[in-house]
Design a protein around this ligand. Structure first.
Ligand code: NAP
Length: 329
């Protein structure tokens, strides 16, 4: 009997939901109207200012045609220091497929005000588009482009998988929509969301995720607070400061079976660099074919995993098609 080489499940391309692209471009944007803008941090006095902002896109081709994992472009009015119109800025959608209204008319996003100092002059630096968006009032008009992005969406056969979502900060936006979609579909899949922020007051949509976790036995919500050992009775239960990847260790009893399952897909969104800690932790916890479901590397690279860097990805550290990533510096 001849042996036929088999393709490992890790290498199987996963068919993703079809995503429409670039219905509106900067030269001819869609006009939307702000219908809601509210602070979405757990604490009203959080370290950062983050808003959940909703837009009515009625009368445009965006209705029902933008899905979680995609971004919309925002054109801030005015010109830059060179006198040119401000460049388009992309924001991940936070809304589910049916929009906030169930009809696909109300899209949403999650915006953190960029407030910093210029390194050279130490004068105040305010990010143009994030502050423009956060200043908008209900009824204001805004110019949108998109949608864009088709590689960070849920699979077409969503019910055939389980999900491990890792978010830091505003990287939560796409997962809000995805979690809402998955739970509304009543598909029999396990969904785990690990959300990392510096302080418990910075957690985004914390009440909503806590409520969803209480209502759906297949949904687990695991916050990871990096600068507080214990956030107190109002905060999440944790002992010691945690990064998102630490949850794989502290909650191993629950998360290891999920990692070992051939159904599981891993999605990562947020701050650049977070992915390496997750991969290091996975490489520590798994071995053999369990590990190869996600990561392939050689013995020498495995030995040095404490020093893994982003530059090693796709060369020394190869990721399987079951890992989806969108990280920004
Ligand atoms: P934030 O509230 O500051 O939270 C970031 C959290 O990640 C903090 O707890 C931080 O811990 C932790 N962290 C830092 N480095 C880490 C690492 N190497 N591994 C694991 N955790 C780490 O976040 P934010 O200001 O909202 O920033 C979110 C980032 O996500 C931004 O860079 C944004 O551009 C990006 N983002 C990307 C997309 C996308 O790609 N579609 C969408 C939205 C947001 P400490 O600070 O305590 O070390």
């Amino acid at each position: 009997m001849s042996s036929t080489p088999t393709t490992a499940p890790t290498d199987t391309e996963i068919a993703l939901r079809p995503a429409e692209m670039h219905l509106y471009k900067p030269a001819e944007p869609a006009t939307a109207v702000v219908t809601k803008t509210e602070i979405c941090t757990a604490g009203k006095k959080a370290a950062g200012y983050v808003r959940h902002i909703e837009f009515d896109v009625s009368g445009t081709n965006l209705v029902g045609r933008a899905i979680p994992g995609q971004s919309i472009g925002v054109l801030a009015p005015g010109v830059d220091a060179m006198g040119k119109p401000h460049k388009l800025r992309l924001y991940s959608l936070a809304s589910p497929t049916g929009g906030e209204d169930g009809q696909g008319r109300i899209l949403s996003t999650t915006v953190k005000r960029t407030i910093d100092e210029h390194w050279d002059t130490h004068k105040l630096f305010l990010g143009v588009c994030s502050n423009y968006l956060c200043d908008l009032q209900v009824g204001d008009k805004v110019q949108l482009t998109g949608p864009s992005g088709k590689k960070f969406v849920l699979p077409q056969a969503a019910e055939q998988h389980d999900y491990l979502f890792f978010a830091t900060g505003t990287g939560i936006a796409p997962f809000r929509g995805m979690v809402m979609d998955l739970l509304a579909s009543k598909a029999n899949c396990r969904v785990t969301l690990v959300m990392g922020t510096p302080y418990a007051t910075d957690l985004l949509y914390h009440e909503q995720f806590t409520r969803l976790a209480a209502a759906h036995s297949n949904f687990r919500y695991l916050p990871a607070i990096s600068r507080e050992r214990n956030a107190g009775p109002q905060g999440p239960a944790q002992h010691g400061k945690l990064y998102v990847q630490d949850r794989l260790k502290t909650d191993a009893e629950e998360l290891l079976p999920l990692l070992r399952s051939s159904r599981t897909l891993i999605y990562i969104c947020g701050i650049a660099g977070m992915e390496m800690g997750i991969f290091q932790q996975i490489a520590t916890l798994l071995s053999g074919s369990d590990l190869e479901q996600y990561i392939r590397t050689d013995a020498a690279t495995m030995e040095k995993r404490a020093n893994w860097e982003r530059s090693m990805l796709h060369k020394d550290i190869k990721l399987s098609k079951r890992i989806f990533m969108e990280v920004y510096a």
